[in-house]
Design a protein around this ligand. Structure first.
Ligand SMILES: [Zn+2]
Length: 350
Protein backbone atom coordinates (compact mmCIF):
# COMPACT_ATOMS: atom_id res chain seq x y z
CA UNK A 1 0.00 0.00 0.00
CA UNK A 2 1.40 3.42 -0.93
CA UNK A 3 1.54 6.26 1.50
CA UNK A 4 -0.82 9.04 0.29
CA UNK A 5 1.68 11.62 1.47
CA UNK A 6 4.44 10.18 -0.72
CA UNK A 7 4.90 11.93 -4.06
CA UNK A 8 5.18 9.96 -7.32
CA UNK A 9 8.25 10.25 -9.58
CA UNK A 10 8.00 13.24 -11.93
CA UNK A 11 8.51 12.40 -15.59
CA UNK A 12 9.50 15.06 -18.08
CA UNK A 13 10.93 14.35 -21.52
CA UNK A 14 13.13 11.27 -21.13
CA UNK A 15 13.98 12.15 -17.53
CA UNK A 16 12.49 10.99 -14.25
CA UNK A 17 12.89 13.01 -11.06
CA UNK A 18 12.42 11.03 -7.85
CA UNK A 19 10.52 12.49 -4.90
CA UNK A 20 12.74 14.51 -2.58
CA UNK A 21 15.36 15.15 -5.26
CA UNK A 22 16.49 18.00 -7.48
CA UNK A 23 17.64 17.49 -11.03
CA UNK A 24 18.95 19.57 -13.91
CA UNK A 25 17.53 18.55 -17.28
CA UNK A 26 18.69 19.61 -20.72
CA UNK A 27 16.03 19.66 -23.38
CA UNK A 28 17.12 19.55 -27.03
CA UNK A 29 15.22 22.24 -28.91
CA UNK A 30 16.61 22.58 -32.41
CA UNK A 31 19.60 22.24 -34.64
CA UNK A 32 21.73 25.28 -35.41
CA UNK A 33 23.56 25.56 -38.74
CA UNK A 34 26.65 23.56 -37.78
CA UNK A 35 24.48 20.66 -36.58
CA UNK A 36 24.85 21.16 -32.85
CA UNK A 37 21.75 20.83 -30.74
CA UNK A 38 20.64 23.79 -28.66
CA UNK A 39 19.45 22.87 -25.20
CA UNK A 40 16.91 24.36 -22.86
CA UNK A 41 18.08 24.10 -19.25
CA UNK A 42 15.54 23.20 -16.58
CA UNK A 43 16.02 22.79 -12.85
CA UNK A 44 13.37 20.66 -11.20
CA UNK A 45 12.84 20.47 -7.46
CA UNK A 46 10.50 17.57 -6.85
CA UNK A 47 9.15 17.50 -3.30
CA UNK A 48 8.83 14.38 -1.19
CA UNK A 49 5.18 15.21 -0.66
CA UNK A 50 2.65 15.75 -3.50
CA UNK A 51 1.33 19.21 -4.26
CA UNK A 52 1.04 21.90 -6.93
CA UNK A 53 3.44 21.99 -9.86
CA UNK A 54 4.63 25.53 -10.54
CA UNK A 55 6.74 26.65 -13.50
CA UNK A 56 8.77 29.84 -13.30
CA UNK A 57 10.16 31.00 -16.63
CA UNK A 58 12.40 33.86 -17.72
CA UNK A 59 14.13 35.04 -20.86
CA UNK A 60 11.23 34.40 -23.23
CA UNK A 61 12.49 37.70 -24.56
CA UNK A 62 16.20 36.98 -24.84
CA UNK A 63 17.40 40.41 -23.69
CA UNK A 64 15.31 40.42 -20.47
CA UNK A 65 17.79 39.28 -17.85
CA UNK A 66 16.19 40.23 -14.52
CA UNK A 67 14.14 37.03 -14.38
CA UNK A 68 17.27 34.91 -14.79
CA UNK A 69 18.66 36.43 -11.59
CA UNK A 70 15.27 36.03 -9.86
CA UNK A 71 15.25 32.32 -10.63
CA UNK A 72 18.86 31.91 -9.49
CA UNK A 73 17.98 33.44 -6.11
CA UNK A 74 14.84 31.36 -5.73
CA UNK A 75 16.73 28.13 -6.50
CA UNK A 76 19.49 29.03 -4.03
CA UNK A 77 17.13 29.88 -1.18
CA UNK A 78 16.76 27.50 1.77
CA UNK A 79 12.99 28.03 1.40
CA UNK A 80 12.84 25.62 -1.55
CA UNK A 81 14.77 22.78 0.11
CA UNK A 82 11.72 20.91 1.35
CA UNK A 83 8.83 21.93 -0.86
CA UNK A 84 5.52 20.19 -1.30
CA UNK A 85 4.80 19.56 -4.99
CA UNK A 86 7.17 20.46 -7.80
CA UNK A 87 9.00 23.59 -8.89
CA UNK A 88 10.10 23.70 -12.53
CA UNK A 89 12.50 26.57 -13.23
CA UNK A 90 13.47 27.62 -16.76
CA UNK A 91 15.82 30.60 -16.42
CA UNK A 92 16.42 31.20 -20.16
CA UNK A 93 13.68 30.13 -22.57
CA UNK A 94 14.91 32.06 -25.60
CA UNK A 95 18.55 30.92 -25.52
CA UNK A 96 19.15 32.24 -29.04
CA UNK A 97 18.00 35.73 -28.12
CA UNK A 98 20.08 35.83 -24.94
CA UNK A 99 23.25 34.94 -26.83
CA UNK A 100 22.89 37.88 -29.20
CA UNK A 101 21.22 40.14 -26.60
CA UNK A 102 18.04 40.31 -28.62
CA UNK A 103 14.36 40.13 -27.70
CA UNK A 104 13.68 37.93 -30.73
CA UNK A 105 14.61 34.58 -32.26
CA UNK A 106 16.84 34.20 -35.35
CA UNK A 107 13.68 34.13 -37.49
CA UNK A 108 12.95 37.64 -36.09
CA UNK A 109 9.81 36.37 -34.41
CA UNK A 110 8.70 37.32 -30.91
CA UNK A 111 8.41 34.08 -28.92
CA UNK A 112 5.71 35.62 -26.74
CA UNK A 113 3.52 36.08 -29.83
CA UNK A 114 4.20 32.57 -31.15
CA UNK A 115 2.26 30.35 -28.74
CA UNK A 116 0.89 27.70 -28.92
CA UNK A 117 3.29 27.15 -31.82
CA UNK A 118 3.64 24.04 -33.95
CA UNK A 119 6.11 21.29 -34.72
CA UNK A 120 6.43 22.39 -38.33
CA UNK A 121 6.35 26.17 -38.01
CA UNK A 122 9.12 28.75 -37.73
CA UNK A 123 11.89 28.44 -35.13
CA UNK A 124 9.77 30.50 -32.71
CA UNK A 125 6.71 28.31 -33.34
CA UNK A 126 8.74 25.14 -32.74
CA UNK A 127 10.22 26.45 -29.49
CA UNK A 128 6.79 27.62 -28.29
CA UNK A 129 5.33 24.21 -29.11
CA UNK A 130 8.09 22.31 -27.29
CA UNK A 131 7.92 24.59 -24.28
CA UNK A 132 4.16 24.27 -24.00
CA UNK A 133 3.93 20.50 -24.62
CA UNK A 134 6.98 19.33 -22.71
CA UNK A 135 6.98 21.74 -19.77
CA UNK A 136 3.89 23.89 -19.25
CA UNK A 137 1.42 21.01 -19.71
CA UNK A 138 3.05 19.21 -16.76
CA UNK A 139 2.26 22.14 -14.45
CA UNK A 140 -0.75 23.38 -12.49
CA UNK A 141 0.36 27.05 -12.26
CA UNK A 142 2.91 29.38 -13.82
CA UNK A 143 4.80 32.63 -13.40
CA UNK A 144 6.50 34.20 -16.42
CA UNK A 145 9.10 36.89 -15.72
CA UNK A 146 9.65 39.91 -17.97
CA UNK A 147 11.13 43.42 -18.04
CA UNK A 148 10.45 46.53 -20.08
CA UNK A 149 11.72 46.56 -23.67
CA UNK A 150 13.37 49.09 -26.00
CA UNK A 151 14.91 51.44 -23.43
CA UNK A 152 11.82 51.22 -21.26
CA UNK A 153 11.82 50.48 -17.56
CA UNK A 154 8.84 49.07 -15.67
CA UNK A 155 7.69 49.39 -12.08
CA UNK A 156 7.50 45.88 -10.57
CA UNK A 157 3.97 44.74 -11.39
CA UNK A 158 1.92 41.62 -11.98
CA UNK A 159 -0.30 41.42 -15.02
CA UNK A 160 -3.18 39.02 -15.05
CA UNK A 161 -6.58 38.32 -16.47
CA UNK A 162 -9.13 39.61 -13.94
CA UNK A 163 -11.63 37.06 -15.34
CA UNK A 164 -9.49 34.24 -13.98
CA UNK A 165 -10.34 34.22 -10.27
CA UNK A 166 -7.43 31.98 -9.38
CA UNK A 167 -4.90 34.07 -11.32
CA UNK A 168 -6.24 37.21 -9.64
CA UNK A 169 -5.98 35.61 -6.20
CA UNK A 170 -2.36 34.63 -6.90
CA UNK A 171 -1.60 38.11 -8.27
CA UNK A 172 -2.67 39.59 -4.93
CA UNK A 173 -0.75 36.93 -3.03
CA UNK A 174 2.37 37.85 -5.07
CA UNK A 175 2.26 41.31 -3.47
CA UNK A 176 4.09 43.34 -6.16
CA UNK A 177 3.40 47.08 -5.86
CA UNK A 178 0.81 46.95 -8.66
CA UNK A 179 -1.65 44.46 -10.12
CA UNK A 180 -2.60 45.43 -13.66
CA UNK A 181 -5.56 44.05 -15.54
CA UNK A 182 -4.15 42.82 -18.82
CA UNK A 183 -6.32 41.04 -21.36
CA UNK A 184 -4.81 37.90 -22.78
CA UNK A 185 -2.58 38.83 -25.70
CA UNK A 186 -2.83 36.60 -28.74
CA UNK A 187 0.15 34.27 -29.07
CA UNK A 188 1.45 34.90 -25.55
CA UNK A 189 2.50 32.15 -23.17
CA UNK A 190 -0.05 33.45 -20.67
CA UNK A 191 -2.87 33.06 -23.19
CA UNK A 192 -1.76 29.54 -24.17
CA UNK A 193 -1.37 28.32 -20.59
CA UNK A 194 -4.63 29.92 -19.42
CA UNK A 195 -6.38 28.08 -22.29
CA UNK A 196 -5.00 24.85 -20.85
CA UNK A 197 -6.52 25.78 -17.48
CA UNK A 198 -3.15 26.68 -15.96
CA UNK A 199 -3.44 30.03 -14.15
CA UNK A 200 -0.38 32.07 -15.10
CA UNK A 201 0.94 35.41 -13.94
CA UNK A 202 3.16 37.73 -15.93
CA UNK A 203 5.61 39.69 -13.80
CA UNK A 204 7.11 42.86 -15.29
CA UNK A 205 9.87 44.84 -13.64
CA UNK A 206 13.08 46.64 -14.57
CA UNK A 207 14.54 46.97 -18.03
CA UNK A 208 16.14 44.86 -20.76
CA UNK A 209 19.88 44.01 -20.55
CA UNK A 210 20.18 45.27 -16.96
CA UNK A 211 19.64 43.90 -13.47
CA UNK A 212 17.30 45.96 -11.32
CA UNK A 213 17.53 45.16 -7.61
CA UNK A 214 14.07 46.48 -6.69
CA UNK A 215 12.41 44.39 -9.40
CA UNK A 216 14.50 41.30 -8.62
CA UNK A 217 13.66 41.45 -4.92
CA UNK A 218 9.96 42.10 -5.57
CA UNK A 219 9.83 39.06 -7.86
CA UNK A 220 11.72 36.73 -5.51
CA UNK A 221 9.44 37.70 -2.64
CA UNK A 222 6.38 37.36 -4.86
CA UNK A 223 7.30 33.87 -6.06
CA UNK A 224 7.69 32.69 -2.45
CA UNK A 225 4.36 34.23 -1.50
CA UNK A 226 2.66 32.45 -4.42
CA UNK A 227 4.35 29.18 -3.39
CA UNK A 228 3.05 29.81 0.13
CA UNK A 229 -0.44 30.48 -1.17
CA UNK A 230 -0.30 27.22 -3.20
CA UNK A 231 0.78 25.25 -0.13
CA UNK A 232 4.23 24.46 -1.58
CA UNK A 233 6.12 26.12 1.29
CA UNK A 234 4.85 27.07 4.78
CA UNK A 235 3.01 30.40 4.61
CA UNK A 236 4.60 31.56 7.86
CA UNK A 237 8.02 31.46 6.18
CA UNK A 238 6.94 34.06 3.61
CA UNK A 239 7.00 37.76 4.37
CA UNK A 240 3.36 38.66 4.89
CA UNK A 241 1.83 41.49 2.89
CA UNK A 242 1.65 44.68 4.95
CA UNK A 243 -0.21 46.61 2.28
CA UNK A 244 -2.38 45.36 -0.55
CA UNK A 245 -1.02 46.10 -4.03
CA UNK A 246 -2.47 48.97 -6.03
CA UNK A 247 -5.06 47.72 -8.52
CA UNK A 248 -5.32 49.13 -12.00
CA UNK A 249 -7.84 48.21 -14.68
CA UNK A 250 -5.68 49.52 -17.49
CA UNK A 251 -2.93 51.85 -18.61
CA UNK A 252 -2.24 54.41 -21.30
CA UNK A 253 1.01 55.22 -23.13
CA UNK A 254 1.73 58.92 -23.22
CA UNK A 255 3.66 59.59 -26.45
CA UNK A 256 6.25 62.16 -27.47
CA UNK A 257 4.58 65.30 -28.82
CA UNK A 258 7.67 66.09 -30.93
CA UNK A 259 11.09 64.79 -31.99
CA UNK A 260 14.08 65.83 -29.87
CA UNK A 261 15.81 65.21 -26.54
CA UNK A 262 13.68 63.98 -23.68
CA UNK A 263 14.06 65.49 -20.21
CA UNK A 264 12.14 64.49 -17.11
CA UNK A 265 12.46 64.30 -13.35
CA UNK A 266 9.43 62.01 -13.03
CA UNK A 267 10.00 58.52 -11.59
CA UNK A 268 8.36 55.11 -11.51
CA UNK A 269 5.52 54.93 -9.00
CA UNK A 270 5.02 58.71 -9.03
CA UNK A 271 1.51 60.07 -9.34
CA UNK A 272 0.77 62.34 -12.27
CA UNK A 273 -2.06 64.80 -12.67
CA UNK A 274 -4.04 65.56 -15.79
CA UNK A 275 -2.63 68.69 -17.46
CA UNK A 276 0.49 68.98 -15.23
CA UNK A 277 3.77 68.94 -17.20
CA UNK A 278 5.99 65.90 -16.40
CA UNK A 279 8.66 66.25 -19.07
CA UNK A 280 9.95 68.24 -22.00
CA UNK A 281 11.22 67.46 -25.48
CA UNK A 282 13.93 69.94 -26.44
CA UNK A 283 15.92 70.63 -29.57
CA UNK A 284 19.72 70.39 -29.32
CA UNK A 285 20.14 74.16 -28.88
CA UNK A 286 17.15 74.44 -26.57
CA UNK A 287 15.45 76.89 -28.92
CA UNK A 288 12.36 74.71 -29.33
CA UNK A 289 10.63 72.69 -26.65
CA UNK A 290 7.39 70.79 -26.26
CA UNK A 291 5.72 69.90 -22.97
CA UNK A 292 4.83 66.31 -22.08
CA UNK A 293 1.43 66.48 -20.45
CA UNK A 294 -0.63 63.57 -19.09
CA UNK A 295 -4.21 63.43 -20.33
CA UNK A 296 -5.32 61.75 -17.09
CA UNK A 297 -4.50 61.32 -13.41
CA UNK A 298 -2.60 58.13 -12.65
CA UNK A 299 0.63 56.44 -11.66
CA UNK A 300 3.76 56.03 -13.79
CA UNK A 301 4.31 52.28 -14.20
CA UNK A 302 6.69 52.36 -17.16
CA UNK A 303 8.91 54.97 -18.76
CA UNK A 304 11.29 55.62 -21.59
CA UNK A 305 14.98 55.80 -20.65
CA UNK A 306 16.44 57.10 -23.90
CA UNK A 307 17.14 60.83 -24.28
CA UNK A 308 16.62 60.64 -28.06
CA UNK A 309 12.96 60.41 -28.97
CA UNK A 310 10.88 60.72 -32.08
CA UNK A 311 7.41 62.14 -32.29
CA UNK A 312 4.99 59.39 -31.27
CA UNK A 313 7.50 57.35 -29.22
CA UNK A 314 6.10 55.93 -26.01
CA UNK A 315 7.36 58.01 -23.05
CA UNK A 316 5.29 57.15 -19.97
CA UNK A 317 2.97 54.23 -19.27
CA UNK A 318 0.35 55.68 -16.94
CA UNK A 319 -1.93 53.33 -14.99
CA UNK A 320 -5.47 54.38 -14.17
CA UNK A 321 -6.01 54.07 -10.43
CA UNK A 322 -8.87 54.86 -8.09
CA UNK A 323 -6.88 57.29 -5.94
CA UNK A 324 -3.49 58.41 -7.31
CA UNK A 325 -2.27 59.92 -4.02
CA UNK A 326 -3.02 56.79 -2.05
CA UNK A 327 -1.54 54.60 -4.81
CA UNK A 328 1.71 56.58 -4.74
CA UNK A 329 1.95 56.13 -0.94
CA UNK A 330 1.27 52.40 -1.19
CA UNK A 331 3.91 51.90 -3.88
CA UNK A 332 6.48 53.86 -1.87
CA UNK A 333 5.74 51.79 1.26
CA UNK A 334 6.07 48.52 -0.69
CA UNK A 335 9.31 49.74 -2.27
CA UNK A 336 10.81 50.49 1.17
CA UNK A 337 9.67 47.12 2.51
CA UNK A 338 11.36 45.27 -0.36
CA UNK A 339 14.55 47.34 -0.21
CA UNK A 340 15.23 46.86 3.51
CA UNK A 341 14.11 43.25 3.90
CA UNK A 342 17.22 41.21 4.81
CA UNK A 343 15.50 37.94 3.87
CA UNK A 344 15.67 39.13 0.24
CA UNK A 345 19.42 39.64 0.24
CA UNK A 346 21.28 37.67 -2.37
CA UNK A 347 21.85 34.24 -0.76
CA UNK A 348 25.17 33.89 -2.57
CA UNK A 349 28.15 35.15 -0.65
CA UNK A 350 30.97 36.68 -2.59
ZN1 LIG B 1 9.22 40.48 -22.15
Amino acid sequence: MTNKEENLPFKIGNATVLPGTTKTIYFPISIIPHYSTFKLTLRIIHGRRPGKRLFISAGIHGDELNGIEVIRRVLNSPLVKHIRGTLIAIPVVNVFGMLIQSRYLPDRRDLNRSFPGSETGSAAAQLAHTFLKEIVEHCTHGIDLHTGSNNRINLPQVRCDFESKEALDLAFAFGAPLVLKADLREGSLREASEKLGIPTLTFEGGEALRFNEFAIRAAVQGIFRVMGRLGMIPLEKCVSIRKHPVISHGSHWLRAPDTGFFHTTAFLGEKVLKGKVIGKIMSSLGLVSADVVPPLDGIIIGMNQSPIVYKGDALFNIAWVHDATQAEETIEALREEVEVNPSLDDPTTY
